[in-house]
Design a protein around this ligand. Sequence first.
Ligand code: UD1
Length: 422
Amino acid sequence: MDSILVTGGNELSGQIPIAGAKNACLTLMPATLLSDEPLTLTNAPRLSDIKTMTELLQSLGAEVTSLQDGKVLAMSSHNISNHTADYDIVRKMRASILVLGPMLARDGHAVVSLPGGCAIGARPVDLHLKGLEALGAELELKDGYIHAKAPGGLKGGIVNFPLVSVGATENVLMAATLAKGTTVINNAAREPEIVDLADCLRRMGAQIDGDGTSTITIQGVERLHGATHPVVTDRIELGTNMLAPAICGGEVELLGGRIDLVAAFCEKLDAAGILVEETDKGLKVARRNGRIRAVDVITEPFPGFPTDLQAQMMALLCTAEGTSVLEERIFENRFMHAPELIRMGAQIEVHGGMATVTGVDRLKGAPVMATDLRASVSLILAGLAAEGETVVSRVYHLDRGYEHVVGKLSSVGAKIERIKGQ
Ligand code: UD1
């Protein structure tokens, strides 16, 4: 198995291009199932999760062709021959559940294995199921599979989510585009990936209002047509790479970066003493003189501080002056990076959903293990700041969500390389 060797201490300077959003692409791809005409995505990221979704769609009978070295995905679902999303694919990636709503809306039946994915908490799919039931779906759980039917087709309905779920909002939003009548989603997720999905669906002929707010209204249409859609910038890759110069010192421009995608995160960077500036091409990040200041962080649904940047922010705060408290409110088991950071000399105490981080002068390189996608990159960031060598193993997590991370960071002066495993 491959690992990543990071040698800390270099200041960074230069530019890093930010890819299209993994999480947006993973919901835009199943949208192909809603139409018989081609859907083409541009600005797609080159990641193993995208390959998994490609495999899943192909197993259903969709055509998915990767063009321009993976940056363009040309898809067509005119011939869906199979309505079962198999355990062997679904277990690799939780976002596989996103084929359920579209398949059901399209043909009135679907069978989808209960998902797996990152081990960051229980992560049930009850909200996806309740949302689809409100649209008239009949569901049965049998042998680890969700069996869904809508014999007379889906019908518009009122969906009241008790808590904000990105995936459940996406599943219901897609399904509702082809349901008869009007659907209202209350307490909808407001993430930029939801707005991007709604934009794409509108290009396909869907009638959607209110995306980006807590109430989304969808007027069902008879059919959707083909479209070409550019995937929105990855705000998590953006935030992660913004932390690299923040941690190492120096100045880096993130090409394609937008403040509106990471506003809550930028407020915390500012409080910590990091300079963020808008440029013609994106965002420029530099560290002000002196030590990073401690800040408290609470993760929340968008527009709050994203849970997907919590681990990386913790890596920054490990060397801050003072004590920071990080509260994780989205996932109950998302501090698995803390024991690994402690191996590097960090002072962290975890109590339930709270982590207290007392800054130390310098972290020290150590062998560490990636436990999930975002944790893996937080260890790389910590390694960049540490004295000596850090070897991060289990990097398959990283390949799921970060495009060319080694190439991008070394192009701005980081000492980082991938070591091939036996
Ligand atoms: C998406 C993102 C993930 C991010 C998360 C929160 C994708 C592919 N993944 O995941 O990177 O960390 O949003 O921003 O877009 N919940 C339930 N029942 C459900 C669904 C969710 O209880 O049916 C709970 C979850 O356990 C969690 C919370 O709701 O505590 C939010 O999860 P959700 O927004 O659904 O996350 P995902 O869509 O899975």
